[in-house]
Design a protein around this ligand. Structure first.
Ligand code: C2E
Ligand code: MG
Ligand code: MG
Length: 706
């Protein structure tokens, strides 16, 4: 505005000043006590004073020297603007409000600071919003417990104190049972209030809200410092269960809660906040899985070792497909009546440079946990189909190739595509491929899985239900499932015919399968009595170590070329017993064979572990004698693998050279029966072998009797 205020304008400015909705106070700077010379009605209202009472008062006299008025007083003294001063002000009997003051210095035409304008406002609302924003960021509003990032900070501080003062820190992971049902029955609002009650009770157990955190819907963790290091972990968890089971009454509804609680301890098993949480959660999951709820598990050192082992294996498992460390072995499936090979199951193995040969039971679930099962499954499908096609191309007659499919592969939509691609690429006719799905996989998500199964059947592949008998099949579902075969779980086969209930279940499964038009495969047949029982009860197909363990592809081809397969026990002349000698030096093999044949043993020799496994896959071997230092690995590791695949063999090392620690470990782990040194003494060696053979044959005799 260029116009200078004349008398008429002064009046206009006064009226503007007065009608401003913002509280304004004009202060004289040239008088020592800074009197207030004018206030508008908004300021009078804001401070709850008459304008006339404020006008003429010195600043300090009117407002005192507490914040935010002190900051303004300082600005007046220094003649500098104050961008913002914030503090509370109480007006009459109202609750205090957040008062924001700003100060502007007003200069005369010749640049002298004559006045100051104080602009005041009530910012309680903004502050409240901000405070609630802070609260929201720090606390979970349903439970009023600290949020995870805050909690982790609290916990780290607690852990630091525990380290400094040498005490233990116990962590409980609490998973409230059946909370979902309560939520669905009484509504989410009820559920939220219940969560608050639970939080209160847990906070009481922990001694402070800051020590408790809600991780997910009905999952809590709480940390309890164990100052005297004498708290029993079970008792602590039991106290929590007791606290939760005290009746809770909400909206006149009375409830008693139970929970699955896992406990972990620093430093007994965990060394960090992350490990404490992880271990307690593993323990809680186990408590829930084993007992279905209302139970406690304390994370043990053994579990920690197991978890470490899983993480260690998991770390090596990454990129296993790209690194080409997987291989497939094949186990023949035999027509029980004709004793002919009618197919084979592809079973994946992982040959890890660091871990040796790893069996699927140690890494399939890890591959699922680490998100690698889809890739692994694709590899298995393509490799198995390609192998099968190559057998056909080598003139072998038709057979059924069975491939295992994991539950997670069934969950996605990709499986149908993967199967199509594997069949296209390998040119294997779809009718020769069978996919095996475990019973529990089918039954946990029966609608979706059945839909995928129908898609697969449309392609022309066959389907089998694996590990049947241990899951929760309902007859209604069974009838509608598009499967061709049931595979009786090997735990039943292992127990027949002696275990009456296993025998009954196996018989029932065979009958039921036939009722529904499925054929039956019995897995894990190891003994003649089992075979006889299964044949007698009309089981069409059998599979198991009695006929052949899973073998590499070339050994499988050899078997396919002479499909009439006799059980391993019936094969070969093994009156005196069979010995497999493994050594990379041909002259050693020759000398040993010459010596031992004299004692009536049947001798096989192999100069690599690969050859040795082929022999083991096709011949009944009683005793394995292996050199330790071989071009394709260590004898102890080889015998460790033989122990897994051929547990009934008696295994020995014959070496001029060995790491005694490793050998001792192998002996203590049961992989190696004896350690013999080169050069050997003929008589001693024969004596030891005689003893080993006696042990091995005793073993198979006991088996045949049962
Ligand atoms: P499964 O599908 O039930 O396979 C049969 C298992 O029984 C195989 O174990 C086989 O070696 C073993 N077996 C067969 N006959 C006998 C016997 O007479 N005695 C004993 N004690 N065992 C016998 P393996 O190869 O260790 O495989 C274990 C499981 O791993 C399989 O059980 C299957 O569920 C899974 N698996 C194997 N390969 C794959 C794969 O490529 N993909 C997926 N998703 N899972 C696989
Ligand atoms: Mg299977
Ligand atoms: Mg099975």
């Amino acid at each position: 505005m260029s116009e200078r205020p004349g008398p008429a304008n002064e009046d206009l400015f006064a009226r503007c000043f007065n009608s401003s909705p913002t509280a304004l106070l004009l202060i004289e700077l040239r008088a020592p006590m800074f009197p207030i010379v004018n206030v508008n009605s908004a300021a009078a209202t804001l401070f709850g004073r008459e304008a006339s009472a404020l006008c003429g008062s010195a600043w300090e006299q009117a407002f005192g020297s507490a914040s935010p008025f002190a900051e303004i007083l300082q600005g007046l003294r220094d003649r500098v603007a104050v961008p913002e001063a914030l503090g509370t002000y109480t007006r009459d009997s109202d609750p205090p409000f957040w008062c924001q003051l700003r100060l502007r210095i007003i200069l005369s035409h010749d640049g002298i600071a004559t006045h100051a304008l104080c602009i005041a406002s009530d910012v309680s609302q903004q502050i409240d919003n901000e405070a609630s924003r802070n609260y929201l960021a720090t606390y979970d509003t349903v439970s009023d417990l600290p949020r995870i990032h805050v909690y982790e900070e609290n916990l780290s501080a607690e852990l630091a104190r525990a380290i400094h003062h040498c005490y233990r820190l116990l962590m409980c992971y609490v998973n409230v049972d059946r909370f979902g049902v309560i939520n669905e029955t009484y509504g989410f609002d009820f559920g939220d209030r219940l969560i608050h009650c639970i939080a209160d009770r847990l906070a009481e157990c922990a001694g402070s809200r800051e020590r408790v955190c809600r991780l997910a819907g009905d999952e809590f963790v709480l940390a309890v410092p164990d100052l005297n290091s004498d708290t029993d972990q079970w008792e602590l968890a039991q106290r929590m269960l007791d606290a939760l089971s005290e009746p809770i009454v909400l909206d006149e509804i009375g409830l008693r809660l139970t929970a699955s609680i896992g406990v972990a301890c620093f430093p007994d098993t965990a060394t960090s906040v992350h490990e404490l949480m992880q271990q307690a959660s593993v323990a809680a999951r186990e408590a829930k899985r084993e007992n279905g709820g209302d139970s406690i598990r304390v994370f043990s050192k053994e579990q920690r070792d197991e978890l470490d082992e899983r993480l260690r294996i998991g770390a090596h498992l990454r990129n296993v497909v790209e690194r080409d460390e997987l291989e497939l072995h094949y186990q023949p499936v035999i027509d029980a009546g004709k004793r002919e090979i009618v197919g084979m199951e592809a079973l994946v193995r992982w040959r890890s440079p660091q871990l040796g040969l790893v069996m699927p039971e140690r890494f399939i679930s890890l591959a699922e946990d680490f998100g690698m099962i889809a890739e692994l499954g694709q590899w298995v499908l393509l490799r198995a189909c390609t192998q099968a096609r190559s057998w056909l191309d080598q003139g072998v007659g038709d057979f059924i190739l069975s491939v295992n499919v994991s539950g997670l592969q069934m969950r996605g939509q990709q499986l149908v595509e993967d199967v199509n691609r594997a069949l296209d690429k390998s040119r294997l006719p779809a009718r020769l491929l069978e996919l095996e799905l475990a019973e529990d996989v089918i039954m946990t998500n029966v609608e979706h899985v059945t839909a995928v199964m129908r898609e697969l059947r449309k392609i022309g592949v066959k389907l089998a239900m694996d590990d049947f008998g241990i899951g929760q099949s309902s007859l209604g579902h069974l009838q509608r499932l598009p499967v061709n075969r049931l595979k009786i779980d090997r735990s039943f086969v292992a127990a027949v015919p002696d275990d009456v209930s296993a025998a009954r279940i196996s018989r029932a499964v065979i009958g039921l399968a036939h009722e529904f038009g499925f054929t039956v495969v019995a897995e894990g047949v190891e003994k003649p009595v089992q075979l006889a029982f299964l044949e007698r009860n009309g089981c069409e197909f059998v599979q198991g170590n009695f006929f052949s363990v899973p073998v590499p592809a070339d050994a499988m081809l050899a078997m396919l070329r002479r499909p009439e397969l006799r059980p391993r026990e019936e094969m070969g002349d093994d009156q005196g017993g069979t010995i497999l000698l493994v050594d990379d030096e041909q002259n050693v093999l020759r000398a040993l064979a010459r010596l031992l044949r004299r004692d009536g043993y049947k001798i096989f020799t192999a100069s690599t572990f690969k050859d040795a496994f082929e022999i083991l896959g096709t011949q009944p071997v009683h005793v394995v004698v292996s050199d330790h230092r071989m071009p394709d690995g260590k004898g102890t590791e080889f015998l460790g693998r033989v122990k897994e695949t051929h547990p009934h063999t008696v295994r020995m090392i014959l070496s001029g050279y060995a790491d005694l620690g490793v050998v001792t470990e192998a002996i203590n782990g049961g992989a190696v029966y004896r350690f013999l040194t080169k050069p050997w003494n003929d008589d001693e060696l024969r004596k030891t072998l005689h003893e080993a053979m006696r042990m091995a044959r005793q073993d198979s005799a006991t088996e045949a009797e049962s």
